[in-house]
Ligand binder design. Structure first.
Ligand SMILES: Cc1cc2nc3c(=O)[nH]c(=O)nc-3n(C[C@H](O)[C@H](O)[C@H](O)COP(=O)(O)OP(=O)(O)OC[C@H]3O[C@@H](n4cnc5c(N)ncnc54)[C@H](O)[C@@H]3O)c2cc1C
Ligand code: FES
Length: 430
């Protein structure tokens, strides 16, 4: 082989190699381009629309914005009545500071603290109440839906519910309300397993959030709603619920009226007459590992929760929230500790170490939370029923007794102030 031939072969081999690399590189770039094109097509109109898409269904406390500390001002952007009888009113709340809203888990609630005229004293009372978020996360506002609470029947001398009536009668669009960040441990599991939501009356509010979050974000999990109420006049967001059931074949709506009105149509407005009870659930549901989420009157909760236990539903598949104190007979849940007779009540000293106050315990105080507030000690609170953990405080010294079994398990060495009392001298990190 001549030198010229050898040089030609080497040059040819080099050109061939470079060509091979060029083809390979082009092929790889083409593959990446095709992939990007496919993803862009999935966004519909492309990236700008993607930026407008809603937050994911369960962004949780670590959503797009961090939860705030303490109270934040929200303006009432809209007030909307949600039932024929105008007993339930929704409030659409937008942050006054214009900053983004943190995500939340569907089922959680907001805590409000307002100065409200108290007819029983003629003065003004600082009133703290919780209201469940009644729409899904990811919107530019929060929504709560509040039922007006009348005085108990036959108690003409008692005032009607303080904050619910104040919100209905005195809070108007444009007003500003101080609000604590979403919290609570009653929320829809973000998994894909089948779920049964059971709502009694105004207990529909957390379920609306769960439903809207799950269905409007395209989840295909099987989801049932058993909604118990008295009649059509009280039916909250009827059109919305029916539209959801029509649109989503995985959503099954069963409405029970306990006292239907003459104009209420069985089979159209409601499916069953009577209460939501275990017989109806057993008749309707197939044998699947459902998770049950229940929120309703104390009577509903106190009958249904133990009945589900008896039916064999595992403890961890039963989730519930009471909108106030409810004593639930759940054998698997921790019961209040039995106490031995302690020293005379007046000798108990409660020390709030951070506030630098040592006070004599008032035996008439319903809880350590009430006692702290009455003495001007600022303590966080939410549900005031042992369910949310907001009032959890570390015990530095001493012990407490619980008025009822907590639904929220406090950390070791801590207690929930809203349902506890000092057993003897106590020092709290508050
Ligand atoms: C986690 C959670 C979420 C909630 N979500 C919602 C929700 O989404 N929507 C909703 O509407 N509610 C909800 N609630 C309930 C809400 O927080 C309030 O408890 C409810 O609005 C009643 O508050 P109020 O101030 O109007 O009534 P209150 O002033 O607390 O009065 C309650 C009742 O007690 C009566 N009463 C007053 N004084 C006395 C007395 N001396 N003795 C006996 N009875 C008396 C009143 O007449 C009234 O019937 C929720 C509660 C919790 C804990
Ligand atoms: S305020 Fe909710 S647990 Fe005490």
């Amino acid at each position: 082989m001549t030198v010229l031939e050898l040089t030609t072969y080497i040059t040819f081999a080099i050109v061939l190699q470079i060509g091979g690399f060029a083809v390979l590189a082009f092929f790889r770039h083409w593959q990446v381009y095709q992939g990007l094109k496919g993803r862009a097509a999935g966004f519909g109109n492309g990236l700008p629309e993607q930026a407008d898409r809603e937050l994911p269904p369960h962004p949780g406390p670590a959503g797009h914005a961090a939860p705030w500390e303490g109270f934040r001002d929200f303006r009432v952007a809209r007030k909307v009545f949600e039932d024929e009888s105008r007993e339930v009113c929704s409030f659409h709340l937008v942050p006054v500071d214009g900053q983004p809203l943190p995500g939340f888990r569907p089922g959680q609630f907001l805590t409000f603290r307002l100065d409200v005229a108290d007819p029983s004293t003629g003065g003004v009372k600082k009133t703290v109440r919780c209201y469940s978020l009644s729409d899904r996360p990811g919107l530019d506002h929060y929504r709560i839906s509040v039922k007006r609470v009348p005085a108990p029947k036959g108690s003409a001398d008692l005032p009607p519910g303080l904050l619910s009536n104040h919100l209905h009668d005195h809070v108007i669009e444009g007003d500003v309300l101080p609000v604590r960040a979403p919290s609570g441990h009653f929320f829809l599991d973000p998994g894909s397993g089948p779920v049964v939501l059971i709502a009694g009356g105004i207990g529909i509010t957390p379920m609306l959030s769960m439903l809207n979050a799950s269905l409007e974000n395209g989840d295909s999990r099987e989801i049932w709603l058993f909604y118990g109420l008295r009649n059509g006049a009280e039916h909250v967001m009827k059109t919305h619920l029916e539209a959801l059931a029509e649109k989503h074949p995985n959503f099954h709506l069963r409405v029970c009226y306990s006292r239907p009105l003459p104009g209420d149509g069985k089979g159209t407005d409601y499916q069953n007459e009577g209460h939501v009870d275990i017989a109806l659930l057993r008749l309707t549901l197939s044998l699947k590992p459902y998770h049950f989420y229940i929120c309703g009157s104390p009577a509903m909760m106190e009958s249904l929760v133990p009945a589900l236990d008896e039916w064999g539903v595992p403890d961890q598949n039963i989730h519930y929230e009471a909108f106030g104190p409810a004593s639930l007979a759940r054998p698997s849940r921790r019961q209040p500790e039995k106490t031995e007779a302690g020293p005379a009540a007046q000798s108990i000293t409660v020390t709030f170490s951070k506030s630098g106050k040592s006070l004599t315990w008032d035996e008439n105080a319903a809880s350590l939370l009430d006692f702290a507030e009455e003495n001007g000690i600022e303590v966080a609170s939410g549900c005031r029923a042992g369910g949310c953990g907001s009032c959890q405080v570390a015990i530095e010294e001493g012990e407490v007794d619980y008025n009822q079994a907590p639904d929220f398990d406090p950390d070791p060495g801590s207690c929930l102030l809203c349902i506890s009392r000092p057993r003897h001298d106590l020092t709290l990190s508050a």
